[in-house]
Design a protein around this ligand. Structure first.
Ligand code: URQ
Ligand code: ZN
Ligand code: ZN
Length: 487
């Protein structure tokens, strides 16, 4: 099946140029001016719109079992909603329980993901430490195309791992050529803060941000960066939400450490005032971790993207219906943490970022697709429009507008943190697997059409770091054996 996207302007992270794009099967085969459409080809007239690599969302949790319930969005509806927003790949999280074997959990998530409409990949969480886990991390990298492992420093009693696990797992990641990532919040302090807030009678959603201020995110991020420095591994900080965390990453990067930062589109626009809404349901709908912060953090996050201190954007798409949020109606610590965003991330970033001069169109491609592809080692298969790349792209209409609402979105959740926001710059056509899966506002998806995308490990990072470690290792001192002290 041939597909010719004609008359558009290709926008990659490094350059923009007028060109047609020809796809054969699930690959881009030609990019250039005045391409001929093969007989029987489907032709999409881009009419001057932008042709960009499909978005990659490196942080989603489809149908995640969490806090006594299960996220309402599944792999079919979630990947479909993402493609309605121009996103053509998710990297979701396999999260074994502390006593589960990672391989068993990987098989479980893989079976859930078989229904995906769009392409998917998996990070695997390390929620405990022992020989089996270390060994199975190797099997996951060698046999299953996993090259990234997640560590929660939050959620005491559920997912939290201590510093000793971080050091051992980061060291193992370096050995394997894999990227360790962290959810950086000091879970011990959060736990105690939650208890004292409840004891003081604060049980509403406003207790959530009060229990996890930006300082305990920055502290945990700094700790993870220090431990990665000891291990000699890279480290990827997910959902950076605070100015202090951006500063910690900038300091480490200035010192030559391989530290990456991810920013959620929600944290760029939504602020902590939502938690003080008189309507409990509206306040609870916004409970996620890290929480939404005061507005002054938002400029630091935009600057982090424009300056390259943080490289990727994501959504942490983890949906719970209002009915589920009511589990915490008498105690904010019972409100399942998570919000939606996969359908709106790219339009929000274009409308609030590019149109307001915070990002160039090329930087937009970098932070929504190319940088993620590079960090997780699937570039140029993904993240660029060029021959040989996957035919996973979006025809972007920079002048079209829509108003975001839970009443019209494709996400399986009954509220939207961007409710009522009008965005300018939206997908006209989304292509996945070389097929048109979204056009004229309509999804044309097929359950199970999504493919699992393997991500190879990074031997180069290992070699470079090992070399640096040996070069900087202190020389040993030759000493005479010390005679035992005679009593
Ligand atoms: O912490 C996460 O990333 C998961 C459990 C989603 N929930 C959230 O509040 N971010
Ligand atoms: Zn998290
Ligand atoms: Zn998450």
């Amino acid at each position: 099946m041939s597909l010719l996207i004609r008359g558009g302007t290709v926008v990659n992270a490094d350059q923009s140029f007028r060109a047609d794009v020809l796809c054969e099967g699930d690959k881009i085969v030609a990019v250039g001016p005045d391409l001929q459409a093969p007989a029987g080809a489907r032709v999409v007239e881009a009419g001057g719109a932008y042709v960009m690599p499909g978005g990659i969302d490196p942080h989603t949790h489809m149908q995640l079992p969490f806090m006594g319930t299960t996220a309402s969005e599944d792999f079919f509806t979630g990947t479909a909603a993402g493609m309605a927003g121009g996103n053509t790949l998710i990297i979701d999280f396999v999260i074994p329980g502390p006593n589960d074997a990672p391989l068993d959990a990987f098989k479980q998530w893989s079976s859930w993901a078989e229904k995906s409409a769009g392409d998917y990949s998996f990070h695997v969480a390390v929620t405990n430490w022992n020989e089996t886990i270390s060994e199975q991390m190797g099997v996951l990298t060698r046999e299953h195309g996993v090259n990234s492992f997640k560590h929660f420093m939050a959620y005491k009693g559920a997912l939290l791992v201590e510093d000793d696990v971080l050091l051992q797992s980061f060291t193992r990641c370096l050995e394997l050529g894999a990227v360790p990532s962290v959810h950086a919040e000091n879970g011990e302090v959060v736990y105690l803060m939650q208890k004292s807030l409840l004891a003081a009678g604060i049980t509403g959603p406003e207790g959530h941000p009060l229990s996890r201020p930006s300082s305990i995110e920055a502290e945990a991020a700094g700790r993870a960066i220090t431990i990665a420095g000891m291990a000699g591994s890279p480290v990827y900080i997910v959902h950076v939400s605070a100015r202090e965390t951006v500063e910690a990453i900038a300091r480490a990067r200035a010192g030559g450490q391989r530290v990456y930062g991810e920013i959620l589109a929600q944290h760029l626009l939504v602020d902590e005032s939502v938690y003080y809404d008189k309507d409990w349901k509206k306040a609870a709908a916004h409970v996620m971790s890290p929480p939404f912060r005061s507005k002054d953090h938002q400029e630091a996050l935009w600057a982090a993207l424009a300056s390259g201190t943080c490289q990727t954007t994501a959504t942490d798409h983890c949906c719970f219906m209002i009915e589920q949020k009511l589990m915490g109606k008498d105690n904010f610590t019972g409100i399942p943490n998570g919000t939606a965003g996969i359908e709106d991330r790219m339009a929000v970033l274009w409308s609030e970022g590019v149109r307001k001069g915070r990002l160039t169109p090329n930087e937009f491609v970098a932070v929504t697709s190319a940088n993620c592809a590079k960090i997780f080692n699937i570039y140029p298969q993904r993240g660029v429009i060029q021959p040989g790349a996957d035919a996973a792209l979006v025809v972007w209409d920079p002048e079209a507008s829509r108003t975001i609402s839970a009443k019209t979105h494709h996400q399986k959740v009954d509220y939207n943190v961007y409710e009522g926001l009008t965005v300018t710059g939206i997908p006209a056509v989304t292509v996945s697997g070389g097929k048109v899966v979204y056009e004229k506002g309509e999804l044309k998806v097929e359950k199970g059409a999504g493919k699992y995308i393997k991500r190879p490990t990074f031997p180069s990072v290992v070699t470079a770091q090992t070399l640096r470690n040996t070069l900087t290792a202190p020389k040993g001192v030759k000493r005479e054996p010390v005679a035992a002290v005679t009593p």
